[in-house]
Every structure is written in C-alpha cells, then in structure tokens.
Design a protein around this ligand. Structure first.
Ligand code: GLC
Ligand code: CA
Length: 552
C-alpha cells in the first residue's frame, strides 16, 4: 500500500452504492460487484460509512452493535470476502468508527435504562425535571441536547438525534470498550479508520448554559481530547505506518488540527475540517442560503494549507461527502458546464497538500437531487428542519428552496451506474429516489468517453503517485488581480507545480509572476490554454496544472 501522502480515499455510502438483491438498499455484495470499477479509478482506500447493526435513524450513525453487520447490508462472510477481494486488488478498507454516541438501542444504553448504575456511567445522565433540562444547549439536528428519561428520572445528553446518546469518555471503562472494537476490526484486516465527530468526545466538567451560542464551545476540542486520542491510538497500535486514520473534526481550529495530525503527537494521520464548506451559510446559518463567498473560500483554503504545512500537520482534502450537497451544483455550473466544473473542482483539491477524498458519484460529476416534496426526503436532519423552519414562520416554498440546496439527501441519492430506470442501482424500489438525470450522467457513459470526468480523476490520482511535488511539496498561494481565480504553487526540491482554476463562467486572462512558456501542462480541463510569456487565457470554469523542474 502506498503511503497516505500518495494515496487517495474513495468514500462509499453502502446504502446508496449498489443493491445486489433487489430490496432497494445497497449492500456489501453490491460493493463487491464494483471493486473492479474502483480499481480502474485507481483509489487506494475504500471508506465505507457504517453498516453495523443499527435502527438506521441516522442511516447507521446510530450504532446498536459495533461488531456485527446489519442484515440490511449482508453478513460477516460477505464482509470477509470483501476485505479479501479488496486486498487482492491492492485496496484497503477504512471503517467508520462512531464513538461519540451509541444508538439508544445499544445494550449499554438499555441496561442503563434498566437502572444498571455501571452502564448509566457510560453515558451522561444529569439531574433535571422534564421541562427543565440541565443546560440550554442545542442539538446539531435541532432541539435540545437533553432528553428526559422517565425510567431513570434524569436527562441524558445527545448532541445529535435523541436516539444517539453521547458516551462518557471520562469513564475509563468506556475507553476500554472502544479499544476492543478497534482491535476487533484491525485483526480482521481493516487498514483504515475514520472517526466520526471525534473532537466532540471530551465534555467539560461543569455543565453551564451557553449565553452566546448553542453550547458547542464547551465540548468542541474539549479539555482532554488530545490525551484521549493519543491513548486510543497508541493502545490499539493505530500509529503504525500501514494504518491510515482520519478524524472528523467539527467546528475545529487549525491549532487543534495541527496537534491532531502532527506525527509527534501520535494521534491521527489526518483530519477533516469543514470551514470551507460553510462559505455559503448566510450569517453562519446552514438553513439560510446565499451564493458562496469565493474570496472567503480561497482564504480558508490558503490559510489551512499553509498553516498545516508549517507545523507538519496533514489535511484530508475534499469537497463532497454524505453530509454535503454535491460540489458541482454548489460551487460551479451543473448545467452547460457541468463536466468542466467537475474537473476544475477536482484539480483544485487533488493538487493540494493533503490526502484527497472522493465521494461516490463525484467522479462522474453527479449533481444535487432536485427533490420537490418532503415525502422524497429521508434524512433525519432534513425532516427535523422542515418542521423547525415551518415553526419559525418561513414559507413552505422557501423551505423547499433551502432543502434543495442544503439537504444531506443531495448526496445520498443512488449511485448512477446506467442510463436506465433506477440507474442500475437496484432492480427493486430504491429506499431514496434516483436522480432523473441518470439518463445523462452515469458510469457507463463515463467509461465510454475518454474525455470524461472519471478519466480526469483517474489521471489526478496517478499524478499524485508519480510527482513528489504533489504529494510532498509545500503550498503557497498565488495572488492574482483577477476575481474568481483560485491559484497556488507547490514546491519540492527542484520541482514546481502551479494550479490555476477559474470559478467563473467567463473567459479570464491570467498573468502569472513568471514566464510560463517552458512549463509543461500536466493536466487541463480546458481545450488548450494558450500560454504567451507570463500570460494565458482560461476558459469558463477552466483549470490547469503546470509543472516545471529545474535542471541541475
Ligand atoms: C457525522 C456524520 C453524520 C452523522 C453525525 C452523527 O457528522 O458524518 O452523517 O449524522 O456524525 O453521527
Ligand atoms: Ca440490498
């Protein structure tokens, strides 16, 4: 397996990837069927979102048993076969570890409800009367973070849905249980671990109201977080070179992410942050829309890239995942310039310093879902917010507009394999609607077209393996006068890489700092960027990657 700096991770949302038995739900055998496709793309790791036993209130992020497979997705034998086959093809599996909370159906929580004090201590049960919760904090999915339990006569904490109860990491027994789960999967040959909202697990010792915000400042990157992560990682051997780990960091800071990923700290190999994906939140509110702020986007990337570089941290770089709308719809043009936008966005991410992540369907330029009625939505967050926004007095039409842009279901529609009905995802009725544009946007079409988004991604993945300037180089922003151009330079020994990307629908003349005639065009989504001295013109949504190597 390549080092994580040269690797690329592909994210699979099994439920929506490929259904092998016609029940409308994607499954492990479905993933198995598509391994050759993923091998052709050239990715190194397959991150599978949770398929463990779960009531599926949050599509598997509410886990009932960490070490068994939900029958919806298959059996342990299916999984063993998948691990083996992926391994033969040179791809490692990465599992999703959800340790901030368990489902309230988990045995531990059930025992807690039955009065078992040991297990009550696995969670946060706090005093309070039914209508007077311990603090005023707000859940990530809307409403209070506290739910009153009649059985126990106390409130329990849930930062997410009320069926996702937060685990008490202060309790050393909880940390030991977590280590057992990691060891179990590691012994099965799992090569990577993604840790769900992991920077939220260290809760404060005092529980107080938040007069300024929703409470997140008290538990985000909490007091003992670095100590906990190091303990988990070191005790389970996840700091080994052949294991890849990534932490999902919610509302975090650069300083913390440096510590999470600097190798001396023995925490993670890399982490996700989401600051660049909030640049279209009006006043920071996900449920208020505005066009994305390009200057802000650029600044966030530049700052994270350079600061993490300076302190030897490492980013996971990405546009898309199962919680985000589709990037082509969000940051470019998903109509006439869809393919070009998809390639332009890919160039920006895959040229950066960090490990790139591709979310299923991104590699063929899949778009937002375009749902028009609440009955089409499945996500617990969207369903909650539909009600909350109505209560706030917003017009239904406006709420639909917001959901069309912001719902997590935008990325959860089935993978588009074929031009046929149900997109070759299932022979039955899919659990969530297939995008109508599958007729045009699908894998079969992409594989038949040498100029497709798919083959562009394939090329980008290969370039990272081949050029150390891409995998290792330092990062420096390239300031330009023109608006709407994203530009940076990477440098490594005698090699240099320049990336220019046009986020606008207009031709743009670019003037670089140096004469570029002799630079090699490594890749471009543009018909033919014509370089003339320091200048060249980029097409609408055009992007180009230029390379030079000084001769000794
Ligand atoms: C993460 C997951 C998301 C889930 C949440 C709670 O953000 O990516 O899908 O709802 O954690 O587990
Ligand atoms: Ca199925």
């Amino acid at each position: 397996m390549e080092s994580f700096k040269k690797s690329c991770v592909y994210q699979i949302y099994p439920k929506s990837f490929r259904d092998s038995n016609g029940d409308g739900i994607g499954d492990l055998k479905g993933v198995m069927e598509k391994l050759d496709y993923l091998k052709t793309l050239g990715v190194d790791y397959l991150w599978l979102t949770p398929f463990f036993l779960s009531p599926q209130n949050d599509n598997g992020y509410d886990i009932q048993d960490y070490c068994s497979i939900d029958p919806l997705f298959g059996t342990m034998e299916d999984l063993d076969r998948l691990i083996a086959k992926a391994g033969e093809l040179g791809m490692g599996l990465m599992f999703d570890m959800v340790f901030n909370h368990t489902s309230t159906s988990h045995e531990w929580f059930q025992k807690a409800l039955n009065g078992d004090k040991k297990f009550q201590d696995y969670y946060f049960f706090k005093e309070g009367t039914p209508d007077n919760p311990p603090t005023n904090w707000q859940s990530k999915f809307g409403g209070s973070v506290w739910e009153y339990s009649e059985e126990v006569g106390k409130h329990y904490l849930h930062l997410f849905d009320k069926t996702q109860a937060d685990l008490n990491w202060e309790n050393p027994m909880v940390r030991e249980e977590i280590k057992k789960v990691i060891r179990f999967w590691k012994e099965k040959g799992i090569k990577g671990f993604r840790f769900d909202v992991i920077n939220l697990v260290s809760k404060p010792s005092a529980w107080e109201d938040d007069e300024e915000g929703d409470g997140r400042r008290f538990y985000t990157d909490g007091p003992r977080i670095h100590e906990y992560l190091r303990e988990i990682v070191v005790d389970t051997g996840l700091d080994a070179d052949d294991i890849i780990t990534v932490g999902e960091m919610s509302s975090t800071t650069i300083d913390h992410c440096i510590r999470y990923t600097n190798p001396d700290e023995k925490q993670f190999k890399m982490c996700f942050n989401f600051h660049h994906l909030k640049v279209d939140y009006k006043d920071g509110d996900k449920w208020s829309i505005m066009p994305f702020d390009f200057e802000k986007l650029k600044k966030i990337f530049h700052t994270w890239q350079t600061s993490m570089d300076e302190e030897n941290g490492w980013n996971a770089v990405f546009w898309c995942n199962h919680d985000q709308p589709r990037a082509v719809s969000r940051f470019g043009d998903d109509g006439m310039y869809r393919k070009r936008t998809a390639k332009m966005l890919a160039t920006v991410i895959h040229g950066m310093r960090g490990t790139p992540y591709i979310y299923q369907g991104e590699e063929i330029g899949m778009t937002n879902a375009n749902f028009t009625h609440i009955s089409q939505y499945r996500d617990v967050e969207s369903l909650h917010y539909f009600e909350i926004l109505k209560e706030q007095g917003r017009k239904e039409e406006e709420i639909y507009r917001v959901l069309r842009e912001r719902s997590r279901d935008n990325s959860r529609t089935p993978m588009q394999w074929e031009a046929e009905e149900q997109a070759g995802f299932t022979t039955g009725t899919p659990w969530i609607g297939v995008n109508e544009n599958c007729e045009k946007i699908n894998v079969r079409e992409s594989l038949a077209d040498p100029d497709s988004v798919f083959f562009y991604y394939q090329k980008l993945i290969q370039l990272r393996k081949h050029y150390s300037v891409i995998s290792e180089g330092s990062y420096e922003p390239v300031p330009l006068k023109q608006k709407g151009i994203f530009a940076y330079q990477r440098s490594w020994k005698k090699e240099k890489l320049l990336v220019f990307a046009n986020f606008t629908g207009k031709h743009q003349e670019i003037e670089g700092r140096e004469v570029l005639d002799n630079w090699e065009i490594l890749l471009s989504n543009d018909s033919a960027p014509k370089i003339n001295g320091k200048k060249f013109v980029l097409d609408p949504f055009g992007a180009v990657m230029l390379y030079s190597c000084e001769r000794a």
